[in-house]
Ligand binder design. Structure first.
Ligand SMILES: Nc1ncnc2c1ncn2[C@@H]1O[C@H](COP(=O)(O)OP(=O)(O)OP(=O)(O)O)[C@@H](O)[C@H]1O
Length: 353
């Protein structure tokens, strides 16, 4: 499979402040990647660098093997064959839907342009609405027009900056799935900026987590969620408990909750100490089990969440969050806390331990 985008050792500055540092990232043809991270971590800056809107101070960017940015060279945005979609749609209010979609097709014959616009209207399920004015469309429909316009001239890469943030949450989910299907059917490579992990999970094949201008981890949503390489990544992708732990052998850790066995080999060496990550749904609460002191906790708070109940458990100095199917536990009730069997994820205190 060919590489659409290759970013190598990229650094960007605004005045004296370094905003992106030593960033490496590749994107395969047809792949959808979500750039995820807290506000201000550099997501939009990276998108702008790929678009050629800001220069690089170090490193380079290639599109389909063509060098488009380096410290000494920036190919102008309009020569990069990119599609760009931003949260405010940036449609032309004085043009109707068809003219918005056909706007980028300069130099095409009238007949070919009309045919392409019709194809695009069908693709985004807006057949028959070509003559409508933009203000006569819903937010979701306007975003479909933006997609159609961006795809009409067959870009080699689509850049989307928080494209769903202005869409009503009721329609957002189905729109995300629909647009993903359109991109997949056309084998379009895309980079999508969001700070909402749920959007990233349903839209992207792969996530790239940015933190303070550095790329911390890339991988499928499932792999990053289950084996985050740091507490920053773990916390960003969902609630997390941490207990101190030490590797006893390849399969076991000695922890604040007693000895815990992993279902996979533990990758760290014996003796390594650190923090064991336990997701709330990996903690089991049992009011009837035989208590051992290190596992006996008390229910301090509970919140019904629909599909599960969230409990806050006090256990010695630990404050643990558990998501349980059992909604019957009451405040103050003693419970035995155990960890469901799973491959344990330990973040060691010592590097390379
Ligand atoms: N034109 C600019 N001049 C100076 N600093 C800037 C400029 N644009 C952004 N920054 C700074 O660069 C950093 C990264 O900004 P960027 O917009 O890339 O973050 P982001 O991750 O997209 O944030 P958000 O999720 O809030 O949109 C921030 O600290 C921001 O204040």
């Amino acid at each position: 499979m060919t590489t659409t985008l290759a970013i190598h050792n990229l650094c960007c500055h605004y005045d004296d402040t370094q905003v992106l540092s030593q960033l490496n990232l590749n994107l395969k043809q047809g792949e959808i990647l979500a750039l995820l991270g807290a506000s201000g971590c550099g997501k939009t800056t990276l998108l702008h660098a790929i678009a050629g809107l800001i220069p690089l101070t170090e490193g380079d960017i290639s599109l389909e093997g063509e060098l488009v940015s380096s410290a000494s060279h920036t190919l102008p945005t309009e020569k990069r064959q990119l599609g760009m979609i931003f949260q405010d749609y940036a449609l032309f209010p004085h043009l109707n839907v068809a003219d918005n979609i056909g706007f980028g097709l300069q130099g095409w014959s009238k007949a070919k342009r009309k045919q392409r616009v019709e194809e695009m209207l069908t693709l985004v399920k807006l057949q028959g609405l070509g003559k409508r004015q933009i203000h006569q469309l819903s937010g979701g429909q306007q975003q479909r027009v933006a997609i159609a316009r961006a795809l009409a001239y067959r870009p080699r890469l689509l850049l989307l900056d928080e494209p769903f943030s202005n869409i009503d949450s009721q329609v957002r989910h189905s729109l995300i799935e629909e647009i993903r299907e359109i991109l997949k059917s056309q084998q379009i490579s895309a980079i999508f900026v969001t700070h909402t992990k749920e959007e990233a999970y349903s839209f992207a094949d792969r996530l790239a987590l940015l933190h303070q201008g550095k790329l911390l981890q890339t991988g499928t949503p499932e792999s990053i969620y289950s084996t985050p390489n740091s507490s920053v990544v773990a916390n960003f992708l969902g609630q997390a408990n941490y207990v101190t732990a030490k590797v006893i052998n390849q399969a076991e850790l000695e922890t604040e909750l007693g000895r815990i066995t992993s279902t996979d080999d533990i990758e760290h060496s014996v003796g390594c100490e650190g923090q064991l990550l336990i997701r709330p749904q990996q903690l089991e609460l049992n009011p009837n089990a035989n208590p051992t002191p290190e596992r006996l906790g008390t229910v301090k708070a509970k919140r019904f969440k629909g599909g599960y109940t969230e409990y806050q458990i006090e256990l010695g100095a630990l404050n643990l969050i558990s998501h349980s199917q059992n909604s019957e536990l009451s405040l103050g009730q003693p419970v035995v806390v155990s960890v469901k069997p799973h491959p344990l994820v330990l973040h060691c205190n010592t590097v390379n331990a």
